[in-house]
Design a protein around this ligand. Structure first.
Ligand SMILES: Nc1nc2c(ncn2[C@@H]2O[C@H](COP(=O)(O)OP(=O)(O)OP(=O)(O)O)[C@@H](O)[C@H]2O)c(=O)[nH]1
Ligand SMILES: Nc1ccn([C@@H]2O[C@H](COP(=O)(O)OP(=O)(O)O)[C@@H](O)[C@H]2O)c(=O)n1
Length: 228
């Protein structure tokens, strides 16, 4: 909801000051986090949050929360997500915007995880909210992603972590989301996060220049990388 402050004495006050919710986020620092299903977007975001205190908003989690609420809208979303398809653009964008506004007063910046899924989603986000300063592209091999999601499916309870839907999500990623990376590459704001192949556990990744340089933290963003 917007909050409007205006001068009651129109004779002495010719200017009206309006503070809307949109104003709260108009200068927000926005980082898109894009990668295939199971590439590790959520995992990497947690590390950035722990180090830099950014606000992590996973578009998939927002949608799943709506499904869990049992609302009519949630039921419609569930049917789409179960098939591995994209939900209507306005729905996910409104949810992200509301979540950003709710955190605006305490947030240093936003990691928008799993968005945009297609170039159109990015364009609409920029019209309604603002432009990203960076896009973190979490790169992983298709076979690695499938393996991880099948494993996660053993315990996640996610209706879309099954072989058939994983395949559809992956196909859609290559078709619709990879063009997003090309789109933002032309602006020079894409930073590819590479996983360092280790046999055991996580390691510190790497050259800060590769993943954002000084754009995020004083010492550059250092993302933890994971193992194959
Ligand atoms: N071996 C290994 N597993 C990882 C790594 N990063 C994430 N995982 C696991 O892979 C699965 C997917 O990771 P997520 O961070 O949930 O991936 P995501 O891209 O956010 O996936 P969605 O939630 O489906 O969007 C989880 O079970 C993680 O524990 C990694 O570097 N190495
Ligand atoms: N921006 C988005 C994000 C998620 N979604 C839907 O939510 C599902 C789960 O998204 P997610 O980001 O949690 O998971 P991954 O598909 O990346 O593994 C997708 O398969 C889509 O159905 C969407 O339509 N639009």
């Amino acid at each position: 909801m917007g909050c409007s402050v205006s001068c009651s004495n129109s004779a002495s006050c010719s200017r009206q000051i309006v503070h809307s919710d949109d104003d709260k986020i108009k200068d927000a620092k926005i980082i898109f986090v894009v990668g295939g299903p199971g590439s590790g977007k959520g995992t990497q975001c947690e590390k950035v949050v722990a180090k830099y205190g950014y606000t992590h908003l996973s578009s998939g989690d927002l949608l799943r929360a709506e499904v869990a609420s049992g609302s009519e809208r949630g039921k419609t979303l569930q049917a789409i997500m179960q098939k591995g398809e994209l939900v209507p653009l306005d729905t996910v964008l409104d949810m992200i915007k509301d979540a950003m506004i709710a955190k605006a007063d305490v947030s240093k910046g936003f990691l928008i995880d799993g968005y945009p899924r297609e170039v159109k989603q990015g364009e609409e986000f920029e019209k309604k909210i603002g432009a990203p300063c960076l896009l973190l592209y979490i790169d992983a091999k298709g076979e690695t992603m499938v393996k991880r999601l099948m494993k996660r499916g053993e315990t996640s309870g996610r209706a879309d972590d099954n072989e058939e839907t994983i395949k559809k999500r992956l196909d859609l990623y290559y078709k619709a989301t990879e063009p997003v990376i090309a789109f933002y590459s032309s602006r020079g704001i894409v930073r590819k996060v590479r996983l360092v192949p280790l046999v055991i556990g996580y390691c510190h990744c790497l050259n800060p220049q590769e993943v954002g340089g000084t754009l995020i933290g004083e010492n550059g963003l250092v993302v933890m990388a994971g193992a194959e």
